[in-house]
Write a protein that binds this ligand. Structure first.
Ligand code: C2E
Ligand code: MG
Ligand code: MG
Length: 546
């Protein structure tokens, strides 16, 4: 830079508009930065567990701060009249620290906060932090004159705040969408729009201060290279970290992963975000006030008029999250180590709700309650359950527990021991979702289970699927020979029902026969069914639940 132009910038003349070709390159860089920052924030938002979340946000802030820093530094090379000299290390590093710290303070609020006002405040906080970092970064490349263009300053502040707030609100609305299937991550158009906003933002930033070079003119490529290398390192670190997490999850094919897979299949791209939201709200959700039970009748296949057993199914409703999918709820519990607590609430609730049905001599032969695989391994579970049965005066045979089968593959000896203890209490255990992917036939011989419940996937399309019919017939025959009770669930049509009855199942369950209903509706339904049969001698009165 010649002395004349140096004195021009120091005396407060704006840098003006950037070189067009470099501005286009900068725009591409900005789009990539928006894309990576958004991915980082999205990834941080799905992390579950206080400690893991804190660590993830710290990593995210480090990456986002570094990327913004690198983008800012690269942007300085857009101005031909700004002949950059050697950078001073201290202000450059300080700038990076300020950007990382402001990201650490504001990104969790931008990502998690429900209140739009707080999102705006956090966005403004992030913008101020980034502006302060930018001023420091500028001072690394030249002497800042204490002459400031307030128009450029206000423009930069407004654009930075709008960018942070719009991105955060967009993320928030996608996360809190009532229908998790509708979750849509940022589109490339939105990212390009973000990149487009960054260009005028940087022009405002560059024109906030007058800058005098601190060293003789140099070709500036060295620092541009440095900035880009840093950007590359951060991007790569992010990728490596993600891959490492994926690999770790692949290795531990545990309940969480299995459920998460099925839950994700059900919920699409929003599954992870939805799960994280549920985990955030879990302390509030884990209470009898939020955890309501519905009951679905299980019929004797050979006699639909015989007393029914009722399976308790959890329904969680939250004012903010609306209906919470029970499988996702239990997955969130599992990730936070709260499955046992949830199962105990459900068991206690089911025993209490069903006690009056016995007293009223309604035609109900007992209840089935689902439990997660960890619960039987709890040291005091059997003792605790014995207490609950005693307190609710529950007779032997009334309660059955449905356990998802894949848990049985591990810890079979211990599980067999617990099952014998449960049998001594009069509580039978059924293997639920049999055949849903983790079937271990040897377990049928090893464990003292009372029966199996065939997964509803067996019934899907049964009418036209001869192979499935054959499979089901053989499963039924095998169960009968092993003296196990077999239930087929997921019966949705009359023809499904006819077929499974012919195949030799003991019990049947499904929407065709009766849908799950609230506890108070159960009493009415049982009474109406009894009355209907008393008046009407036809063999199969309408059994659909309200
Ligand atoms: P599950 O134990 O196999 O429960 C049966 C599921 O199939 C229920 O879904 C029920 O509403 C649904 N269903 C019943 N008949 C039909 C049908 O004809 N067609 C179709 N498509 N579905 C039918 P829900 O209530 O969404 O529960 C899903 C799973 O969540 C349960 O599968 C169970 O594994 C778990 N779950 C639900 N409540 C509890 C609970 O209180 N404790 C535990 N540990 N798990 C629970
Ligand atoms: Mg079940
Ligand atoms: Mg099942």
């Amino acid at each position: 830079m010649n002395p004349a132009s140096a004195s021009a910038t120091v005396s407060g003349h704006p840098l003006g508009l950037p070189d067009l070709e470099l501005a286009v390159l900068f725009f591409v860089f900005a789009c990539a930065a928006v894309h990576i920052c958004q991915r980082l924030v999205e990834q941080a938002a799905v992390v579950i567990g206080t400690e893991a979340r804190r660590a993830s946000f710290a990593r995210t802030a480090l990456c986002v701060g570094s990327i913004v820093w690198a983008l800012d530094a690269a942007g300085l090379f857009m101005y031909p009249e700004l002949d950059l000299g050697e950078a001073r290390l201290a202000p450059a590093i300080l700038a990076l620290i300020v950007m990382v710290v402001s990201g650490r303070w504001t990104i969790p609020a931008l990502t998690n906060t429900r209140s739009p006002l707080r999102v705006v405040l956090a966005g403004a906080g992030l913008a101020i932090g980034m502006l302060a970092g930018n001023a420091l970064l500028f001072s690394a490349f030249g002497d800042i004159a204490l002459v400031m263009s307030w128009q450029a300053g206000v423009g930069a502040l407004l654009l930075a705040t709008v960018l942070a707030v719009v991105l955060a609100l967009r993320h928030r609305s996608a996360r809190l969408r009532k229908d998790p299937n509708a979750y849509s991550p940022f589109s490339w158009q939105e990212k390009v729009l973000g990149g487009l906003t960054v260009v005028p933002l940087h022009v405002c930033l560059a024109n906030m201060f007058a800058l005098a070079p601190i060293a003789p003119a140099h070709a500036g490529g060295f620092k541009l290279l440095l900035a880009l290398v840093l950007f590359g390192i951060v991007g790569t670190a992010y990728q490596v970290q993600s891959l490492r997490i994926d690999a770790r999850e692949d290795r531990s094919m545990n309940l969480a992963l299995m459920l998460q897979n099925s839950a994700n299949a059900r919920l699409g791209a929003g599954g992870g975000q939805r799960l994280a939201l549920i985990a955030e709200r879990l302390p509030a959700l884990l209470s009898p006030a939020r955890m309501k039970l519905h009951f679905q009748p299980i019929f004797k296949a050979g006699d639909l008029d015989a007393p029914v057993r009722l399976e308790a199914l959890l329904r969680v409703h939250d004012p903010e999250l609306q209906h919470v999918d029970p499988e996702l709820f239990f997955l969130a519990c599992e990730r936070l180590g709260r499955t046992t607590a949830a199962d105990r609430i459900v068991i206690r609730e089911a025993l209490e709700l069903s006690a009056p049905w016995r007293a009223a001599a309604l035609e109900c032969s007992g209840i089935s309650v689902n439990i997660t695989p960890n619960t039987p391994f709890d040291d005091d579970f059997v003792e605790w359950l014995a207490r609950q049965l005693h307190e609710t005066a529950c007779p032997a045979g009334w309660l059955k527990l449905e356990l998802t089968e894949h848990a049985m593959i591990r810890n079979a000896d211990r599980l067999a021991h617990v099952m014998r203890e449960l049998a001594a209490l009069g509580v039978g255990v059924l293997m639920d979702d049999f055949g849903a992917g983790y079937s271990s036939l040897s377990m049928l011989g090893d464990l003292p289970i009372e029966g199996i419940k065939c997964d509803r996937t067996f019934v899907t399309g049964l009418e036209h699927d001869r192979r499935r019919q054959t499979l089901l017939r053989h499963i039924c025959a095998m169960a009968r020979e092993l003296d196990l009770k077999i239930t087929i669930e997921g019966i949705e049509t009359g023809s499904d029902f006819k077929i499974v009855r012919r195949l030799g199942t003991h019990d049947v369950q499904g929407y065709y026969l009766a849908r799950p209903m609230a506890a108070d509706a159960v009493v009415r339904w049982l009474a109406a069914r009894q009355a209907e049969r008393y008046l009407d001698t036809s063999p199969h009165p309408t059994m659909r639940a309200p």
